[in-house]
Write a protein that binds this ligand. Structure first.
Ligand SMILES: C[S@@+](CC[C@H](N)C(=O)[O-])C[C@H]1O[C@@H](n2cnc3c(N)ncnc32)[C@H](O)[C@@H]1O
Ligand code: SF4
Length: 374
């Protein structure tokens, strides 16, 4: 399906998105390679003070259209910590009254008092790390919650929030299909589902378990089948696949993610957070010591890099790729033989000044990207 009008969801040149990294976790899940640590109270305080200082020292006159608190586990933050962070954000930035403000929560660490605090500071979107609704699976990957707790917390969240997203992982051991989980999530009024294929990173417990044959993830074919079943099911239930891993009911797409994919500017605060500002990408250090010393890597985006990135981002989602922007950057894609072939075969379509990969080919996006680069 091609969608050409996502304009109400997109940010413009005079706006910016904010990402805030909360690197706290109660325990590391076996598969997770995100930058997060089990910190005690004093270390947490030190981190939050450093975060507030980083926010204080960032200057912009742009309007903030989306804010995303990710992690780690932002729901570990106490209500007072939430109030402190938002007081600083509201003092420093011009936040649009319709801004999308998301927080990632884990079922075991969110409660009614925190949900009320989220509401009070203007958070309006909750992303819940469900991963699976099988107790056996949850235990095997080190999650600290059960299926029952995830359901109970989703019901509770539903009392306060309408815009709820849930994460599922595809390819976990023995999980040939996650359709039954998606069914249950929809019953619980979830409006957006992110389904990530299990990645096995070297520095994780899961990696060692797989090496030692103690954990057997689904094989590639099994994952592909599971993905196809999910795509088909969600489509039937009115969820549009607006990106390879993301599905939403109409108007519940993540504006924050759309800004990334639309090549919009964003600033990231916190350890390991990335920013994209004035044609530069910046990455904060991914150790706490480095972060406190404000160590960061910076890279200037050249025209060639921009061409590649725009193709990579636009082909994986329903925003597509702007042909005239590529031309201005020096790449006339309409002269590319592969491009003409894909058009002729109906795998990509042109509409107005843009081209789109049909969503049924999203899972092969890497192949198309490779063949369409200059
Ligand atoms: C920043 S992470 C964690 C958010 C939250 N702390 C939680 O655990 O639910 C966001 C999502 O990435 C996904 N994820 C993390 N590691 C992954 C991996 N190795 N493979 C696939 N998905 C992963 C999970 O679905 C997770 O909910
Ligand atoms: S998946 Fe979430 S809770 Fe688990 S270690 Fe990673 S960030 Fe922490």
């Amino acid at each position: 399906m091609v969608d050409v009008d996502a304009s109400n969801l997109l940010t413009d040149k005079n706006s910016i998105s904010i990402y805030i990294h909360i690197p706290f976790c109660e325990r590391k899940c076996s598969y997770c390679a995100f930058v997060s640590f089990c910190l005690d109270k004093s270390e947490r305080e030190k981190y939050i003070n450093s975060l507030l200082d980083e926010i204080e020292n960032f200057l912009t006159t742009k309007k903030v259209k989306t804010i995303y608190l990710g992690g780690g586990t932002p729901s570990i933050l106490t209500k007072d910590e939430i109030f402190t962070i938002f007081a600083k954000l509201r003092e420093k930035f011009d936040i649009d009254k319709n801004a999308e403000i998301t927080i990632e929560v884990n079922p075991n660490s969110v409660d009614e008092e925190k949900l009320r605090a989220y509401k009070a500071v203007g958070i309006n979107r909750i992303s819940v790390g469900v991963q699976s609704l099988s107790n056996k699976t949850l235990k095997s990957i080190g999650r600290l919650h059960t299926k029952e707790e995830a359901i109970e917390k989703l019901k509770l969240i539903g009392k306060y929030f309408d815009n709820i997203s849930a994460d599922l992982i595809l390819g976990l051991s023995g999980e040939k299909s996650v359709v039954k989980y998606a069914k249950e999530l929809i019953k619980l009024n979830v409006k957006h589902i992110s389904s990530y294929m299990l990645e096995i990173h070297e520095n994780t417990k899961l990696y060692l378990e797989v090496q030692d044959k103690k954990y057997r993830p689904l094989d590639e074919k099994g994952v592909a089948k599971s993905y196809d079943k999910l795509v088909k099911f969600l489509k039937k239930r009115g969820f549009r696949q607006y990106e390879i891993s993301n599905f939403a009911l109409a108007d519940y797409e993540s504006k924050h993610n759309l800004n990334y994919w639309n090549y919009g500017e964003y600033v990231g605060f916190g350890v390991s957070a990335h920013s994209f500002l004035s044609h530069k990408r910046m990455a904060n250090a991914d150790t706490l010591q480095g972060y406190y010393k404000r160590e960061r890597k910076e890279e200037k985006i050249t025209k060639n890099m921009e061409i590649e990135e725009r193709i990579m981002l636009g082909l994986r989602c329903y925003l597509g790729v702007d042909i005239s922007t590529l031309r201005k950057l020096g790449y006339d894609i309409q002269k590319n033989d592969n491009y003409r072939k894909f058009l002729k075969e109906g795998e990509i379509v042109e509409y107005g000044e843009k081209f789109y990969l049909l969503s049924k080919y999203y899972k092969f996006a890497d192949y198309y990207i490779l063949n369409l680069l200059p």
